[in-house]
Design a protein around this ligand. Structure first.
Ligand code: FAD
Length: 325
């Protein structure tokens, strides 16, 4: 990617505009704000600052919209060939060291509101964390959302990934979502439109989940809280939660467990530079400090090769790898 600022390409090829976003730094002409200029637009905005692994290159443009209208306006004005991707907190991402071309949308706190609605429903902004949603549901006596306590990501990430645990997944609780499409249209979709399967949705490329409406069942706050505590304790005991990691690295192959195959192939604790296969849960990769995304990805490929040689099974990546090497 270029070292200097260039105008963000707008639909119709028009550059310039109403002045730079407040977070822009460095020399050169100000980038063209793609929207109202109320949101924060950063050229070469760091993703490694907040992605769980703390590795990887920057977003060519990192955009934090002020509100829904700001986001819609940016998407509508942006030239259609510029790739757009939303990120949450990167708990399921390897961002490659060459960075992510195009616009990366990160929803700020203004999109993290959570409220209770009649019918055992919880409305949550795309940037709200799973634990916040689960806690609000508990306090309102709404059962069935406890599993979100154990998923360290945002509502947007959970909706996109059909995140789940303990036999429950997002598909079981999602009623509808509010989504900004790549062309700037904002729509409310019923959950069925996402075509959910295991850890997968048909959310279109460039779409940003702004809000989700979840539904549970009446429950006793104390019992819901106890279940959330149980989930938290189980996670703490079995996963490297306090490490720089990206969650489960590989999907479980049909009828088997990825961690078992990795262990059997002798990969527990395997290292490449500062990237390591977790000793605690060997389907997790760790950044011990100074690993690059290339180290982490290459270690993952080492693991795949060793598992293939040992058991004949080809593991499939569950972590999303994005950007350029
Ligand atoms: C310790 C640990 C434990 C984990 N345990 C589980 C588990 O039990 N079950 C499970 O399912 N996952 C688990 N994960 C993986 C991860 O937490 C989930 O996939 C989570 O849903 C990702 O959310 P995120 O906000 O971090 O998304 P990111 O990792 O930032 O992004 C993931 C995907 O979601 C998309 N996305 C993010 N936000 C939006 C948005 N607003 N609109 C549209 N698309 C968006 C991104 O484009 C990307 O495709 C774990 C991860 C860690 C680190």
């Amino acid at each position: 990617m270029g070292a200097t600022d260039t105008p963000l390409p707008l639909a119709g090829g028009v550059g310039g505009g109403q002045g730079a976003a407040s977070e822009r730094d460095g020399a050169g002409p100000p980038p063209a704000p793609p929207a109202s200029g109320r949101g924060a637009l950063v050229h070469n905005g760091s993703l490694a600052d907040f992605i769980w692994f703390r590795t990887g290159g920057p977003a060519e443009w990192l955009f934090r919209p002020a509100d829904e209208a700001d986001l819609a306006e940016m998407l509508a004005q942006l030239a259609p060939d510029v790739p757009v991707m939303a990120v949450g907190v990167g708990s399921n991402l390897i961002v490659r060291d060459g960075g992510v071309p195009g616009v990366v949308v990160r929803l700020p706190k203004a999109f993290a509101k959570v409220s209770i609605e009649p019918g055992n429903r919880v409305r949550a902004g795309g940037a709200a964390m799973g634990i916040t949603v689960a806690s609000a549901a508990r306090d309102a006596g709404i059962a069935g959302l406890e599993f979100l306590r154990g998923i360290p990501g945002t509502v947007g990430g959970a909706v996109r990934m059909n995140a789940g645990a303990y036999g429950r997944e997002t598909a079981d609780i999602l009623v509808e979502l509010r989504v900004a499409l790549r062309d700037g249209r904002v729509e409310t979709w019923p959950a069925a439109r996402l075509g959910y399967t295991y850890r997968h949705s048909e959310l279109p490329d460039g779409a940003v989940v702004i809000e989700a409406l979840f539904e549970g069942a009446p429950g006793d706050p104390a019992a819901i809280g106890a279940e959330m505590d149980r989930i938290a304790a189980e996670r703490e005991a079995s996963q490297p939660l306090r490490s720089r990691t990206g969650g489960s690295t590989f999907k479980n192959p049909t009828g088997d467990k990825a961690w078992r195959l990795i262990d059997a192939a002798g990969c527990r604790g395997l290292r490449r530079g500062d990237a390591q296969v977790s000793e605690k849960h060997c389907n997790f990769l760790l950044n011990l400090g100074k690993a690059s995304s290339a180290d982490i990805e290459a270690l993952g490929e080492d693991v795949r090769a060793r598992v293939k040689a040992h058991s004949g099974i080809e593991l499939e990546w569950e972590i999303q790898r994005i950007g350029e090497k």
